[in-house]
Design a protein around this ligand. Structure first.
Ligand code: CA
Length: 222
């Protein structure tokens, strides 16, 4: 899962980036509304966590813009502005949830799980393909009941592929699913994740088919 965190407090941004990454969530931090606007246009996010008091304006103005776009992305407002009226304003403008600062990271995680589980976000908890069972909630994959040993980035590549199984997934989509803004991407690292995944998925009767210059396709071998 990849989220955009719109937050100008550097220490909070760093803390959340670190703690959410332990749960397999890639976090891009946008410290201003204008950077957030660019990020929303350039990447697909599973959710957006939105502060209200930002250096270049009120976060809720971005909320209206996000909700006006065709690709629906759930938004949690995360703000110190926590009066009843302020929370109602946020929800009326289309926020899927509203969490007041100070907050516990565990609660933000639980709410992220909840909003991305909603049908509109097209998320499925348990996915079975061939001999592979993938559990998104627990972030585990099993073949015939035996857990696969998957480092974080291989897990993210597998997740991106399995959510679109039977369809071609572009390199760009995979790179976006796996790397945050600040990560350096060596051009061959995605290929090495893919080749390790190929070997691990073989016993499940699955193959990752490469379409040169286009992307990858996860499908049952046959
Ligand atoms: Ca702020």
């Amino acid at each position: 899962m990849r989220i955009l965190l719109v937050e100008d407090e550097t220490s909070l941004g760093e803390m959340l980036t670190t703690s959410l990454s332990r749960h397999g969530i890639v976090v891009d931090v946008a410290p201003t509304l204008s950077i957030a606007r660019e990020a929303v246009l350039s990447a697909d996010y599973d959710a957006i966590v939105l502060d209200r008091t930002l250096p270049d304006g009120e976060g809720l103005t971005l909320l209206a813009e996000i909700k006006a776009r065709p690709a629906r992305c759930p938004v949690i407002v995360l703000s110190a502005l926590g009066s009843l009226d302020q929370r109602i304003d946020g929800l009326d403008l289309g926020a899927d949830d509203y969490l007041t600062k100070p907050f516990a990271t565990e609660e933000l995680l639980a709410r992220l799980r909840a909003i991305t589980r909603r049908p509109a976000a097209v998320m499925q908890e348990h996915i079975v393909l061939g001999g592979l069972a993938f559990d998104r909630g627990h972030r585990t994959a099993e073949i015939d009941g035996i857990a696969l040993d998957l480092p974080r980035r291989e897990l993210l590549v597998l997740e991106a592929l399995i959510l679109r199984s039977g369809r071609v997934v572009t390199r760009q989509t995979l790179e976006q699913a796996v790397y945050g803004y600040d990560d350096e991407i060596a051009s061959n690292t995605l290929d090495s994740h893919i080749s390790r995944l190929r070997r691990k998925l073989e016993p499940a009767g699955l193959e990752i088919h490469a379409l040169r210059g286009i992307g990858y396709l996860l499908r049952q071998a046959g």
